[in-house]
Each structure stands twice: as C-alpha cells, then as structure tokens.
Design a protein around this ligand. Structure first.
Ligand SMILES: [Zn+2]
Length: 171
C-alpha cells in the first residue's frame, strides 16, 4: 500500500517519534513493505515513518532507487554513533517538495540501529548513504534538513511554503 507523504507544516514532522519495542510482528513486516512501496512511488532514496504520519522510529533507505536489492536498508531506533569528514551537496525532502538546498553533512557516518527482528547492528555509509543516515535519523527526532541551512534561506523557504498554503497548493 502506498501512503501519501505528509508535508511540512504537519506537527508529526516536528516531534520525536516513539521507540519501536515490538519486533518481527506481521504488522511491522507489512508496514515496512508499505514504507518501501511509498518511498519508491515518491521516487525518494529514504523515508521516515513520520513522513507517512506514523510517529515511530523507523526509516527505510535505498540509495540505488530499487536497482540493487542489497541496498535496501531498514533502520529502527537509529542513533548516529560517528560522523566524520565533510561533504557539500544538494539535499531535498519528500515532505518539502519543490525545494533543494546545499547542505553540509558528514562524509562518513556510522549508525547503530535495530533490524526488523530487533537485532542491533552498526553500519557505516559514505557520501549519499551517509547523508541519508543523517537526514532520516533527523526525521525521527523531529528535525528537518532546513535546520542545517542558513536562517535567511530557511525563512525564504518558509515564506514560499506559506504562500503555497494560502493558495491551496500545499495539500
Ligand atoms: Zn526528508
């Protein structure tokens, strides 16, 4: 099932999501399947549960865009352990459609998370995967990428979104 993506302005995006405590249930398997389906439908490389209105610490990532099965990643209750180096690059968010900004992020990032069965694992990613770990983990703590750009640029984006909201072009 493809869920609609929640847009900027919905309070579910601003609060820390709840920890997942039950693993390997049919509901969790189905939900994660739906998250991948929703992410691919929206042409994203990452999706956090709050973006489909579910305040739980679950994110799915696939930097290959469905090309390579081994790139499908599920991170549950993730914590960033380490972020090293720097990368500059454009970043966007499915919840803030139509905008992209340069965002400085760590180049090599290690995340600790649980898998669908509740097993803990650590994974290190570079470049786009490092960026996805940071972006998606941020979502699960109520933080959006526009926090990492200048206040000036952020205010400009917020003003443009307000205009769209008034015009009925933002849901
Ligand atoms: Zn996002």
């Amino acid at each position: 099932m493809v869920y609609p993506i929640v847009k900027y302005g919905d309070p579910v995006l601003d609060r820390e999501a709840e920890n997942v405590t039950e693993f390997d249930t049919p509901d969790l398997h189905k939900f994660i399947e739906d998250m991948f389906e929703s992410m691919y439908a929206a042409k994203g490389v990452g999706l956090a549960a709050p973006q489909i209105g579910v305040s739980k610490k679950i994110a799915v990532i696939d930097v290959s865009n469905g090309e390579r099965e081994e790139d499908k990643l599920v991170i549950i209750n993730p914590v960033i352990l380490k972020s090293e180096g720097r990368q500059e690059g454009e970043e966007g968010c499915l919840s803030i459609p139509g905008f992209r900004e340069q965002v400085r992020r760590g180049k090599r990032v290690t995340v600790r998370a649980q898998d669908i069965k509740g097993e803990f694992f650590e994974k290190t990613g570079e470049d786009l995967l490092a960026r996805a770990f940071l972006h998606e983990t941020d979502h699960l703590y109520g933080r959006l990428y526009i926090l990492h750009i200048s206040a000036l640029k952020r205010d400009l984006i917020k003003r443009k979104i307000k205009k769209k909201q008034r015009a009925g072009e933002w849901e």
